[in-house]
Design a binder for this molecule. Sequence first.
Ligand code: UD1
Length: 429
Amino acid sequence: MDRIAIQGGATLHGEIPVSGAKNSAIKLMAASILTNQPLRLTNMPRLADTRFLGQLLRQFGIEVTETDGPDGQETLFDGRDIRSTFAPYELVRQMRASFNVLGPLLGRTGHAKVSLPGGCTIGARPVDLHLMALSAMGASIELEEGYVSAHAPKGLRGAEIEFPFVSVGATEHALLAAVLARGTTVLKRAAREPEIGDLARCLIAMGARIEGLDTDQLVIEGVTSLNGADWSVIPDRIEMGSYAVAAAMAGGEVRLTKGRADLIQALTDKMVEAGVEVTPTDDGVIVKRDPKQRLKAVDVTTEIYPGFATDLQAQFMALMTTAEGESVINETIFENRFMHAPELARLGADISVHAGEARVQGVETLTGAPVMATDLRASVCLVIAGLVAEGQTVVDRVYHLDRGFERLEEKLGACGAQVTRLKGEGDEH
Ligand code: UD1
């Protein structure tokens, strides 16, 4: 298994280009199931998660071709023939979001058998709302031996669906199913994450009829078929936010490009409150901090978009470990998402966790140590802490990191961070 070694103490100076959003790319890839025409996605991140999903799509008979085009990395999907609608456990367990192929497979072919997902170990993460939405659209659903078998021989039909609470995954899944359903679907209490807007806009470019974009109510008028399209993936706000925090932690001045400042506003507001200088630009932000000056502790509560993203909570906690005073961090989206706290404590952080609340008492210095990544976002928080920890920090299990961060060592290294990958043997992830 690969590990990442960070030599703490270097300030960061330079530019980091933001990649296309993982959480958007994987939903856009699932949209390729819906059409027998080519879908071309540009600004595609190359990550373990997109690779897993590519493998799954190939198994359905979709041709997936990755190239480096004039607009950067792109992937072409050609789903002329769907030869299989079976998604095996071995592929779905690698990445939860691949469960979202169920709806589009049903929409296109009327049947599918998809394994229940595995994925990040952050709380229970059920899929009951996904199945509730598909049943409401007329699918008959059976659960057997870890698999969901779904049938809608006459096609899905539009339905009014009110989610009991906001779920990003269930909203996207219902949207992917509804575009080819007969009649109108109304999704109430829909999630408003920018990646959902990106998916909806791409579907519209493919010929779908969707209203209420970026609101909590989506109205979808089903169409009988969708076209291909060319679509550029929205910038990754979580990657962007992570590097913004990294720059704030290490100190120095970093310009984040190919991003969008508005997508990380909730984070940058908190960073500014803590004493970081953040200047929005046309395609990103400039993050500046004098490493000699200590940041102030500030409190955050994770919320649905446009609130503070749960996917940035671990990184912000790392930032708070050396701030002056106490920071109270409330996690309201996922229970059990503080697994990084004991790992940060190995570096000398002072954190106590009670239920959904973490209290971080800022310390003056962190000290390097071996630590273990427990999930995708937690792994980057350990790299961030390692940037200031005295001596060397080695993060184990970086396959979590590889699921969502493209060329991390290269991007941070270009700004002066001393981050190296230690190649492991027999890594199957
Ligand atoms: C997505 C993102 C993830 C982000 C999260 C919240 C992807 C691949 N993942 O995850 O990075 O952290 O949104 O912004 O895009 N729930 C149920 N039943 C369901 C579905 C969800 O109870 O059927 C619960 C979950 O356990 C959780 C809450 O709803 O407590 C929110 O989950 P959801 O928004 O669905 O998150 P994901 O789509 O899994």
